[in-house]
Write a protein of this length. Sequence first.
Length: 145
Amino acid sequence: MYTITGTCLCGRCFCGAVSCEIQLSQPAAACAPRRCDCDFCTSRNLQYLSDPKGQLRIQSPQPLQRLQQGSAQAEFLACSQCQTVVAVCYREAEICVGAINASLLQPLNQFAEAVTVQPRLLAADTKTERWKQLWTPLVVEEGSA
């Protein structure tokens, strides 16, 4: 486990039911969210923030909605009430990493300018290796139906 000395940011889905928190190892101003150019992400204005040396926690009183897009290798975690995408995650054996929807963290202007990425152009194994290197260790706490 890492010792986090940077910034802790919190957010909620649009209806307020799901809370999320990311601990960054550096100041928020040094972090640039990634804006995926796929139809799913652009239609929802999603920008993702991660820090491999940080920690990401999502808490929901209800089970989260899990969506898959593109190669179906990652899961998009959404509020079951308002359908706000809170994060995207990747699981493999003991690994669970994710990237938070930066648009839920206020104020938005605290980050460096977002960069556009095109993960759909990467090979499947290249994507997963990239996620394991760039995304944040993730803990999801959710209630049962």
